[in-house]
Ligand binder design. Structure first.
Ligand SMILES: C[S@@+](CC[C@H](N)C(=O)[O-])C[C@H]1O[C@@H](n2cnc3c(N)ncnc32)[C@H](O)[C@@H]1O
Length: 384
């Protein structure tokens, strides 16, 4: 079903962590989607229901996928009410649909989020009343979360098609301390350039997130295969199309397994990581309990992607220094290996022993981090 044609939806938007927009846009283009446009923490593109389903199923770095209903300027609550009220809500929401409203406001005159939320809800209810000739909506049916985002006095009204955030792939029942979000882990791997063609290692694997995401990428397992999405419960969704998409995703899985290694100093977290890998269907990852100082890489070429401790929770700076130094030594001893590390520790490069060849600003939740990338051909230079 393509509702873009009759003007109900104006396109799609994928949200993501700050710093991952470029890699998300590349993923969207790789799905042959058109009209891709990048802005802070979001990528917009053309499409409607079918494309939203695909985006939920295949995008590894997105947080959520939204169907955009409308964009209009807002300088007053009246303008917000009128803009929301003008939409054809009864064509989207059945009389029993649940429609929670989520609002946010950045650099806008209307800054009271609870008021924006209440006004938008009232506008939708008033619009539904007219069509359904009823004063009361039980909201017991399928959930359509309505997103009202104000940015620089422009309101974007959209439907959240994902429901639970896309980082929740469904394989992580237990986590170790300071786990990375699954979609950020996938972003780190895609930024490293690794695509399953060489050995891969995370020597600080914790709950295993980075190596599990690498295993999914390396075997082409769709990140959404294990879970459901809000859009699947909607009246407009066609279960047959979903079933076909899931079958197609399963057919795309590669049998050949890349060599993926995961290690951590803590034996308990290795147990958690193994459970998570088994749940994700990637139990070919080879796990080892060892401090980074004792880890050795195999083979001439490969990629390390990791998230070493940075003392955020434990505050143990000696552990942080040991970890960064050990990682630097592992990189130096590892032939033509690339090494990429996400860290919020400001002295990372000094303890690693080398200045990064490339440094990107990324956010782990609200925490500002740097992604340090070291390439093998530059290994002998830049010792600090
Ligand atoms: C920030 S956590 C990694 C979290 C992981 N990316 C995840 O998603 O669960 C850092 C990990 O480094 C481990 N660690 C600390 N010092 C280490 C060392 N010297 N060698 C190896 N692992 C170490 C800790 O046990 C912890 O699991």
């Amino acid at each position: 079903m393509d509702k873009t044609k009759d003007g109900l939806f104006t396109g799609l938007m994928a949200s993501c962590a700050f710093g991952l927009e470029g890699v998300l846009a590349a993923e969207i283009r790789a799905l042959s989607m058109e009209g891709v446009s990048v802005s802070d923490a979001r990528v917009t593109f053309s499409g409607a229901m079918d494309e939203a389903m695909k985006a939920n199923m295949y995008l590894r770095t997105a947080d959520r996928i939204y169907l955009i209903l409308s964009q209009f300027p807002v300088e007053s609550f009246d303008m917000l009410f009128e803009g929301v009220h003008a939409l054809r809500w009864a064509e989207i929401l059945s009389s029993d649909a649940a429609f929670p409203v989520r609002a946010k406001s950045v650099h806008s005159r209307l800054f009271s989020v609870p008021d924006c939320q209440a006004i938008a809800k009232k506008a939708i209810v008033e619009s539904l009343k007219r069509t359904y000739h009823s004063d009361w909506f039980p909201e017991t049916g399928p959930v359509y979360t309505i997103d009202v985002a104000l940015l620089n006095d422009i309101a974007t009204i959209s439907l959240d098609t994902s429901g639970v955030g896309l980082n929740r792939r469904g394989y992580r029942a237990r986590t170790a301390e300071a786990p990375l979000r699954e979609n950020l882990a996938a972003g780190l791997i895609l930024l490293s350039g690794w695509r399953g063609d060489k050995p891969f290692l995370d020597p600080f694997c914790g709950s295993g997130t980075i190596t599990i995401e690498a295993a999914l990428i390396g075997t082409n397992i769709a990140p959404g295969l294990l879970r459901n999405f809000a859009i699947e419960g909607w009246a407009q969704a066609e279960p047959r199309i979903w079933a076909e998409e899931r079958e197609k995703a399963k057919e795309g899985i590669r049998c050949e397994k890349p060599a993926i290694y995961a290690s951590d100093i803590d034996g308990d977290v290795i147990g958690i990581a193994k459970e998570n890998a088994a749940r994700a269907g990637v139990d070919f990852i080879r796990f080892l309990q060892a401090p980074v100082a004792l880890v050795k890489t195999e083979g001439k070429r490969g990629t390390i992607v990791c998230n070493p401790p940075y003392g955020e929770r434990t505050g143990d700076m000696k552990q942080v220094h040991r970890a960064c130094k050990g990682l630097g030594e592992l990189f130096t001893a590892s032939g033509d290996w690339t090494c990429c590390a996400l860290s919020a520790f400001p002295d990372f490069e000094r303890w690693f022993g080398k200045q990064a060849d490339r440094k990107r600003k990324l956010y782990n939740g609200n925490m500002r981090c740097d992604y340090y990338q070291y390439y093998p051909n530059l290994k002998k230079n830049k010792t600090i």
